[in-house]
Design a binder for this molecule. Structure first.
Ligand code: NAP
Length: 566
């Protein structure tokens, strides 16, 4: 690196550097500073620190340094991970705590700050107190969440959602930092303990919501004879995911592979227009309708709630009776119902009013469950396409370009027109630039169900903490805020569906709990260690002093000398 290294601080100080840049861990700064041979430095040396907590550093430097030294307290709000490409647009916070009036000193201070300005940093001058108000809390929260996630050993999948990518980024941004840094944030932040408690409470509250609902469902199942809730241990599928039906066994063998034709023609011509009926016109149904209608397809909708006005604005014909909808003979039925209501809605559809070759598509966030439902309940002449757009109204609000769209052609008739219809439907997403990923429903669930559940759980826990943006957000903190933004608009039904129809959800919840508990133990264990050392360390000293005085009085002489030297 072209750096002269000294293992003796006297040698370093004798070099008379203009600036001493303190990059020590928060907890070691005081002892390091106190052991530096300050008398060997020039009297006008500039001291700069980069500690992640600032009031502590400021007070320490003012306390320990001679009055003729200059002081800048700074905090680059980035690290080796978040700034590995460049420092452009990343915050550099500083306070000129004490700079002498002489022009050479003022100039040196500016020259130092220029280093960061030249790299493109956003320079923010604010008091150490203000910095701590904004940053110490958000940083501690970011590192805590990053460390919990790191313990879960998350892995990238070929179909990451934006939310999951945010989690992976967070782990990447924080995992390279030392435990000392994290412990320093914990120790020198007045509200850290309160934050740990809040996180604990938020996690508990979410678990209670889940378990409360589970309890309700089971009670209903046990005490109400009429309605059977098959989603729990019943029917031909368990927990929605593990099914006796194999997707491959029922798959049509001679499907012509999907090829995107949309890129050839920019606009949708009449021959590729479809008549699509959306069943379940809630949050996600309306989100999809906007693009479908925008591409010129004829869009119809049916839902239990009256969405006449919303439909009108989107250019969609709304039906409040499923019979009327089916009598319109749509070519595609697009199921956008909640995971939990899908079985009920599907069973209530008057299939006999549809044309015999209708294509059924679903967009549920779990895939094996709807695939099995379709195979069980749909007449055999209907085509089946199971899909999952891996984005939502938040993450896809600025377009779908590059976002993954997973699909499985579960059963498409050999007929050329049926194959073409399926491809025309897929082209809707390819045309928007989606990354088209063909995989089986089982594969999808293996990759996505777990990562989605963790993403939504973390998003919901953080949402309860009502995190606020600050003028000096780190990349990691931005990621937390983005995660909340990406998941908070989704209904609890969606989250609950992911919990119910993911066989591993309970285990994942437990692992998250365990990771958080382990982290707390690490923090409190170290705290306890420090305190114990202080308590027992001083009583040990006391003992030695007492022994010394007894010895001096001639009463005790049998202790070996080594025991008495502490
Ligand atoms: P959701 O809460 O999962 O589903 C809401 C839809 O389900 C509404 O259309 C609602 O109809 C219907 N519904 C709920 N309970 C019902 C019942 N008992 N009977 C009849 N209909 C019922 O929220 P969503 O975000 O709109 O998601 C819809 C589907 O898309 C879900 O399967 C979800 O997994 C999937 N998905 C969502 C996203 C996303 O980012 N939001 C992304 C990919 C896939 P009413 O509004 O008429 O009550």
């Amino acid at each position: 690196m072209g750096v002269c290294f000294f293992s003796n601080p006297d040698d370093l100080c004798e070099q008379h550097p203009d600036v001493i840049l303190l990059c020590t861990s928060i907890i070691s700064t005081e002892p390091v500073l106190k052991t530096l041979p300050l008398q060997r430095l020039k009297r006008s040396t500039l001291f700069v620190d980069v500690l992640s907590v600032k009031e502590f550093a400021r007070n320490l430097l003012l306390d320990v340094l001679p009055a003729d030294f200059d002081i800048i307290c700074s905090h680059p709000m980035f690290g080796p991970q978040s700034a590995r490409q460049s420092w452009t647009d990343l915050f550099f916070v500083y306070e000129k705590v004490r700079i002498g009036n002489e022009s050479s000193r003022v100039q040196r201070c500016e020259q130092f700050l220029e280093i960061f300005r030249n790299e493109g940093c956003k320079m923010v001058e604010m008091s150490c107190q203000e910095h701590d108000k904004f940053a110490a809390g958000s940083q501690f929260m970011t590192h805590t969440v990053g460390r919990v996630l790191d313990m879960l050993g998350l892995e990238s999948t070929p179909i990451n959602t934006k939310g999951y990518e945010a989690l992976l980024n967070l782990v990447e941004n924080t995992c390279g930092d030392s435990f000392d840094l994290y412990y320093g944030l914990f120790l020198y932040n007045k509200s850290a303990l309160e934050m740990v408690e809040k996180l604990d409470l938020a996690f508990d509250a979410l678990r209670n919501e889940l378990f409360g609902r589970l309890h309700q469902v089971v009670r209903k199942q046990l005490f109400e004879k009429g309605e059977k809730v098959k989603s729990l241990n019943g029917g031909s599928y368990q927990n929605g995911v593990a099914s006796a039906l194999s997707s491959n066994a029922l798959r049509s063998q001679d499907i012509i592979p999907y090829e995107f034709i949309g890129k050839i023609s920019e606009s949708v011509d009449d021959s590729s227009k479809l008549k699509i009926a959306i069943v379940g016109f809630g949050n996600f149904g309306q989100f999809l309708a906007k693009t479908l209608a925008g591409q010129g397809h004829s869009v119809l909708a049916y839902s239990r709630t009256d969405y006449r006005d919303a439909a009108k604005k989107l250019g969609v014909s709304f039906f409040s009776d499923a019979n009327d909808l089916c009598e319109e003979h749509p070519e595609v039925i697009l199921l956008c119902t909640s995971i939990l209501s899908t079985e009920k809605v599907l069973k209530s559809m008057p299939f006999q009013r549809l044309k015999r070759s209708t294509l059924f598509v679903d967009v549920l966030s779990v895939k094996e469950f709807p695939m099995n439902l379709f195979i069980q309940h749909l007449p055999p002449e209907f085509d089946i396409l199971c899909t999952h757009p891996m984005f939502g109204p938040e993450s896809g609000k600025n377009g779908w370009n590059g976002l993954p769209f997973v699909f499985d052609k579960v059963r498409i008739g050999n007929d050329e027109s049926r194959v073409a219809r399926c491809n025309r439907f897929l082209d809707i997403f390819a045309r928007e630039g989606c990354q088209m990923v063909e995989m089986t429903c089982a594969e999808h669930d293996r990759y996505a169900a777990g990562s989605q559940f963790i993403t939504h759980t973390m998003g919901r826990v953080l949402e309860k903490l009502q995190l606020q943006t600050t003028p000096i957000n780190t990349k990691g903190y931005e990621t937390l805020l983005k995660l909340v933004e990406n998941t908070s608009g989704d209904s609890f039904d969606l989250y609950y569906g992911l919990f119910m129809y993911n066989v591993n959800a309970m285990e994942q919840l437990e692992r998250m709990d365990f990771a958080f508990e382990t982290l707390k133990k690490q923090l409190f264990g170290r705290l306890h260690g420090v305190l114990r050392k202080e308590l027992f360390g001083s009583s040990e000293k006391l003992k030695v002093l007492q022994e010394k005085s007894v010895k001096q009085n001639g009463a005790l002489s049998s202790y070996p000398e080594s025991v008495k030297i502490s």
